[in-house]
Ligand binder design. Structure first.
Ligand code: SF4
Length: 111
């Protein structure tokens, strides 16, 4: 399943994806999506041209990014580098939240 998510999420949606890092520590966006799928949620990996809304972005930063291994050091978006996009997991989850397919509680309470 992991390799499927790498293919559909990381390769397709994430600017930070590096093939050599497939087996390294995954970001929180990845692990949340992996768990949602394990818990039986149907996740569409379709790309959206829309930007994630500002309010959803804030929720994701406050509830997900803060728990990500790359938050302190390793994510240009979290470091607020100019023009740096979030990771693919953040973008996909942002669209799922904006589309009311999942709620922020689904992310916060995920096991
Ligand atoms: S945007 Fe950065 S800090 Fe947030 S989940 Fe993705 S990699 Fe982690």
């Amino acid at each position: 399943m992991r390799s499927n998510i790498v293919k559909n999420l990381c390769k397709k949606h994430c600017k930070y994806y590096k093939p050599s890092k497939d087996n390294e520590l995954a970001c929180k966006g990845f692990t949340v999506i992996e768990k949602l799928i394990k818990n039986g949620r149907k996740i569409s990996f379709n790309k959206s041209e829309k930007k994630v809304s500002a309010s959803t972005g804030k929720k994701l930063i406050g509830n997900m990014c803060v728990a990500c291994s790359f938050y302190e050091d390793g994510c240009d978006f979290a470091a607020e580098k100019k023009g740096a996009p979030p990771c693919g997991g953040f973008i996909l989850l942002g669209h799922l939240l904006d589309g009311k397919i999942i709620t922020i509680d689904d992310i916060v309470n995920i096991h």
